[in-house]
Design a protein around this ligand. Sequence first.
Ligand code: ACO
Length: 165
Amino acid sequence: LKFFCCSNDGVDQHMIWLIGLKNIFARQLPNMPKEYIVRLVMDRTHKSMMVIRHNHVVGGITYRPYASQRFGEIAFCAITADEQVKGYGTRLMNHLKQHARDIDGLTHFLTYADNNAVGYFVKQGFTKEITLDKNRWQGYIKDYDGGILMECKINLKLPYTDLAT
Ligand code: ACO
């Protein structure tokens, strides 16, 4: 099992994994237009942290790091149907937090969570209370009325991936 983060950088293997992830999102997020999913997953300003097992994508999180604002917006998050509730979603988020902090230099994540995924995000440390200063994120993230805006503050020191087994 490995956790791997990349964007659409022209590497064949990365493209194959991103297409696999796009297909998982399309199936697991039926309310999202497929064209929109493809556009963001393949957009070079977005990155995807993926869970890969036997060289196949099992799930992932696509996000856009706003380096100047030091926050990231999570666009999509899903684990393939037959692998849910096995802990992959938690480990994935831990790897994302570590990468976002250590590689992207981010301090927070914001996301519009689907109603039925709020419980998952709460378990990952997200809150409905937004503490991040509005002038750091307003105008950057797109308004989306199908979900609830949630925030996660990334701990400066926590070894996220050592905690994930
Ligand atoms: N509601 C409430 N709690 C949940 C949910 C949920 N939908 N999904 C998982 N949990 C809980 C689990 O019970 C577990 O709790 P525990 O630690 O007390 O045992 C904890 O969250 C973590 O569970 P994992 O097994 O790590 O989660 P999983 O691998 O299933 O991944 C995910 C969670 C990504 C939500 C997955 O179930 C999924 O793909 N769901 C369908 C797609 C979806 O809803 N994605 C999020 C949409 S919002 C967005 O993309 C911005």
